[in-house]
Design a protein around this ligand. Sequence first.
Ligand code: SAM
Length: 255
Amino acid sequence: MRTRKRFGQNFLHDQNLICKIADTINPQSDQHVLEIGPGHGALTRLLVASDCHLDVIEIDRDLAAELRLTIPQLNVIEADILDFDFTQLPTDQRLRVVGNLPYNISTPLIFKLFENLDNIQDMHFMLQLEVVNRIIADPSTPDYGRLSVMSQYYCQADKLFAVPPDAFVPRPKVTSAIVRLLPKESREEATDLKLFEKIVAQAFSMRRKTIRNSLKGFIDDSDFLALDLDQKSRAENLTLQNYIDIANYSTKQAS
Ligand code: SAM
């Protein structure tokens, strides 16, 4: 089987596992599913069998051509998901987004999907276990970082099960896992989303520094008391709520 490394191609071949993933997604005939990176169609065939409305986006032109031949009823969009405009898809229903994601683009893709959550019902992804652990990490743990804060701001995130390297061809070096991301129906809002994102990014770009140093320019020494924060805290010690509070406090101070 030819594989293109630059497209992060590790194809699923363990049929029991493919069935387990499809059962977990459990697509219904009245739902609209978007599969990212269908490859040779391992999971795609089971999604088609559920009779849901299915669109797939594949960057590899040879694989896209193969899918059009082998699954003629499938709507294959040949595109780079990172450039894809989600508004091109019918918006009568919110999407269920699924995929065994190319690991090299998984984090930028997840951030792009966060910008399109109004159109998304839920997401099920195969990712490197390490990335899943970062998504679900709690404060004051080594895996906690920008990806944890931003994922937990937008979604309820659950690690469902791990997938060993042997389930793929070619065999990756690392263990993978399935994560479910469920957009929060109601959430504590950052009034200025861009500012919130900037504060989280800046704090974790200097994660060894205290937030007193890393967030200079956003909060002054006198603000720590109002925010009930310890000046000696580092980025990893702050909860999602702390980051929202800092952003909203800064917005209020600026207005
Ligand atoms: N779903 C298949 C499976 O489980 O066997 C293939 C998974 S493989 C890890 C990732 C797939 O995503 C490949 O088919 C690859 O060509 C495709 N891909 C990689 N980068 C992509 C991108 N930017 N946009 C869309 N598809 C991409």
